[in-house]
Write a protein that binds this ligand. Structure first.
Ligand code: HEC
Length: 174
């Protein structure tokens, strides 16, 4: 019985400490100050496992190398992604620079992540990060085109990006 009472006391004290912390305003939510290591570990572990689990059953279409698909993806990327993520030879905009977490360089992401994860993230977005969901406004076909383009990013120079920019200057993503 004594053990049970002690256990209840410990739980109540931890809960009270948690509530005091939540209401005290101690935690700094400023986007200019990074999370501490523990918070970061919790968020990243939750996020990485969620994305891995949810993209598990997605299979990419066979034609991700198709140049017309890559071209469609490029036009979408230029209009919707470049501002936050930047592009070969192009820095992120002021909005992109001010976001925390920072929008990563997608050339690195495309090397590290399978196409299924790139697709899932682009379609669903990521809560509380500034990464929007494009699934509300774009069909799966268009999102695969964006993925097809992202897969080319790691091998693309700024000259090649400029060239595509010129070639497609009158094309919009609608
Ligand atoms: C308003 C800013 C914003 C826009 C626009 C945006 N993103 Fe993001 N994106 C982010 C942020 C911030 C993150 C980082 C999220 C995190 O760290 O959990 C992110 C993360 C990602 C990731 C995960 C990369 C990784 O290495 O973890 C992918 C893939 C991605 N974005 C793709 C896209 C694509 C494709 C587009 C355009 C269709 C796009 N994003 C447009 C802000 C943006």
């Amino acid at each position: 019985m004594k053990v049970l009472v002690r256990l209840v006391v410990v739980v109540v004290v931890i809960a009270a400490a948690g509530l005091i912390f939540l209401y005290s305003g101690t935690y700094n939510v400023s986007a200019m100050v990074p999370h501490n290591k523990v918070t970061l570990w919790i968020i990243n572990t939750l996020k990485d496992n969620s994305i891995e689990h949810r993209s598990d059953k997605i299979t990419a279409p066979n034609d991700l190398n198709d140049s017309s698909l890559v071209r469609i993806g490029f036009v979408h990327y230029r209009e919707m992604c470049q501002g936050c993520h930047g592009a070969p030879g192009i820095k992120p905009s002021e909005i992109g620079q001010g976001l925390y977490p920072h929008p990563p360089n997608l050339a690195h992401s495309a090397k590290e992540m399978p196409a299924s994860e790139l697709f899932w993230i682009t379609k669903n977005g990521i809560k509380l990060t500034g990464m929007p969901s494009f699934g509300k406004t774009h069909s799966d076909d268009k999102i695969w085109a964006i993925v097809a383009f992202m897969e080319k990013l790691p091998y693309m120079t700024s000259d090649q990006y400029n060239e595509m920019n010129k070639l497609t200057k009158n094309e919009s993503n609608m």
